[in-house]
Every structure is written in structure tokens, then in C-alpha cells.
Design a protein around this ligand. Structure first.
Ligand code: PMV
Length: 314
């Protein structure tokens, strides 16, 4: 049986979430320990069968609900290739926790689009740039008004400096001078990006000047962070993470659970800590060193973190 497989990593936003929706620069990095993997196999029956064993789901493309992201991704590939697919099974597996800011939706879309375009021998549509563009269309289902940073970092699988702009987003994959040792801790609180992004929009509409100042401050932090990442200055990065967190709190996207973990990490020796992603739940990230990693991890678990894992960004 002919089979094609592709995968895409999880992601974290290091700097600039929310402000990125309003055109400010942001930095995201892949989290390669967790991945979405999609397998395409030729099969006998007519039609396209979509299977997500982890979610206990199996259904035909023609029966998919209107906003089903897997179906949307398949349809986008059909449109891009000008073909109607049949006699195919699409199996989706993922170790990326859902709705926690680790980009599971974007990674699943990118893996599916890459696997399917390769399976159809359309290498021209399987490039990072093309996968990124199609995955963006799927992201709209999850986010409403996505900035595009999630699909970009998972498609390129490299740290990226990203600016949402017309006619084309600025996407700059860049090299980090010294590996970043991060702990990613889950509050266990699920939070829908769409709602948080919508709430920030309402607040921005009510208080434009104040919110735009906050967004610009986050943009300046992201710019300074890029310089620090390229210089390997982890002390400065920790300070910038703390500063970014203060602005996110002012935007009301933090939460008591996030702040407890952030304070715990700092007290236990982290160089800096902040929420990552949409906020109001999901994950926080702490910048540590190989020396402090174990003690910070233990402190986070003791403070009630649902799950803590180490990720090195290189
Ligand atoms: O998918 P999340 O939860 O990591 O959030 C994405 C980051 C936001 O800036 C809040 C939204 C966006 O589209 O960039």
C-alpha cells in the first residue's frame, strides 16, 4: 500500500503574542518534542476517510461538519491541485496538547497539507512557503483573525521573527547564538484563542490609544529580544520575558494560575518567565539554565503545574 507521512512540531511564542495581531513584530520557536503526524494511504473504497485515533474519530470527508479543520485542509489541497480526491485514508496523530497555546491546530494542518501534497507528487505545493499559506487558511477556523505566526513557525520549523503586514508577511527564520533552555508548564486550564483574541479586540476598540501603546511596547521587546537571541544574551532575554509578561497582564490575558507558575519559576531561579500564546490558561514558559532546570521544574510541579516539559530551542 502506497503511504506518505509528514509531521510538524508544536510551537511556543517567545515574544509578542497578541501585539502581533496588530502588526507588531513577534518571535516564535518550534517545540520539536511534541508533533502532529499525518499519514496518507491509498485505500479501496471511494471517498476520503479521515481518522484521528487519539480523539476516537473516524468519518468521511463528505460527512464532515462545516468547520472541520481536517476537512478544510483536504479541500484546500483539492482546490490547489485542481483534483477531487478519493480512495484515500488520512490518519492524524498528535502528541501536542490541544487548546493550550502549543499550536496543535496549526501543526496538524501543516502536517496534513505537506503529507497530502507530497502524496500527490506536488512538491511545488509542499514547500515551507506553500504549506504555510494553506495552513493559514485552516487557522482561520480556530482563530477568527489569526496573525499567521503559528502556521509560519510550524511550517518552517525554525525560530522566526514575524511581522503581519500587507501585501506579504515578513517572515525571517533566524539562528539563535546559544541554545535556550526552556521549561514549558501547563496550567491545566483550557483556553480558546479565538475568545481571548476577540476580547483583546473589544478592549482595543474601546481604548485604542492605550492598547496601541502596549502593543508597540511589546513590539520593541520583540526587536530587542531578537538582538539578544542573536547575541546569546540569556540574561537580557530573561529580563525581556518578564517585561513582556507585565504588558500581557495589562492587556488582561494573564490569569491567577499563570501568574502563580510564573512567580514560582522566578523564585526558583528562572532567568525570566511569561505566558505563551493566547493566555488566560494554557502554558507558561520559563527560561532556565542546565544548572537551574531541575530545581525550577520541581518547584513548578509542587506549585500545581499540570505538566512540565523541557524544550531546548537551538
Ligand atoms: O495559538 P495560541 O494560543 O498560541 O495564540 C496565538 C497567538 C496570538 O497572538 C494570541 C494570536 C495570533 O493569531 O497571533
Amino acid at each position: 500500500m502506497e503511504q506518505t507521512q509528514a509531521s510538524a512540531p508544536g510551537k511556543i511564542i517567545l515574544f509578542g503574542e497578541h501585539a502581533v495581531v496588530y502588526g507588531q513584530p513577534a518571535i516564535a520557536a518550534p517545540v520539536t518534542q511534541v508533533r502532529a503526524t499525518v499519514t496518507i494511504a491509498n485505500s479501496e473504497p471511494a471517498g476520503v476517510r479521515l481518522i484521528a485515533p487519539d480523539l476516537g474519530k473516524a468519518y468521511w470527508l463528505t460527512e464532515a461538519q462545516e468547520h472541520d479543520p481536517l476537512a478544510r485542509a483536504v479541500r484546500l489541497v483539492e482546490e490547489a491541485t485542481g483534483s477531487t480526491l478519493s480512495q484515500m485514508t488520512v490518519t492524524v496523530r498528535s502528541t501536542i496538547p490541544i487548546a493550550s497555546g502549543l499550536g496543535s491546530g496549526a501543526a496538524t494542518a501543516a502536517a496534513l497539507i505537506r503529507a497530502l501534497t507530497r502524496h500527490l507528487s506536488r512538491q511545488d505545493l509542499a514547500s515551507d512557503e506553500q504549506v504555510c499559506a494553506l495552513a493559514y487558511e485552516v487557522e482561520k477556523i480556530h482563530h477568527g483573525t489569526p496573525s499567521g505566526i503559528d502556521n509560519t513557525v510550524v511550517a518552517y520549523e525554525q525560530p522566526v521573527y514575524f511581522v503581519r503586514q500587507e501585501p506579504k508577511n515578513l517572515i525571517e527564520p533566524f539562528a539563535i547564538a546559544a541554545p535556550l533552555h526552556l521549561l514549558i508548564a501547563d496550567t491545566g486550564v483550557r483556553s480558546a484563542t479565538r475568545h481571548v483574541v476577540g476580547d483583546v479586540r473589544r478592549q482595543w476598540q474601546a481604548e485604542r490609544a492605550r492598547f496601541e501603546e502596549m502593543f508597540a511596547a511589546c513590539g520593541r521587546i520583540a526587536q530587542a529580544a531578537r538582538t539578544a537571541l542573536e547575541a546569546g544574551d540569556v540574561i537580557q532575554l530573561g529580563t525581556l520575558m518578564d517585561e513582556n509578561q507585565r504588558w500581557l497582564e495589562a492587556m488582561t490575558v494573564s490569569s491567577a494560575e499563570l501568574e502563580k507558575l510564573i512567580a514560582t519559576a522566578r523564585t526558583a531561579g528562572a532567568l525570566g518567565a511569561k505566558l505563551s500564546g493566547a493566555g488566560r490558561g494554557g502554558n507558561m514558559i520559563a527560561l532556565v539554565t542546565p544548572e537551574t532546570q531541575t530545581s525550577v521544574r520541581q518547584a513548578l510541579i509542587k506549585a500545581g503545574a499540570f505538566d512540565v516539559f523541557a524544550s531546548t530551542v537551538e
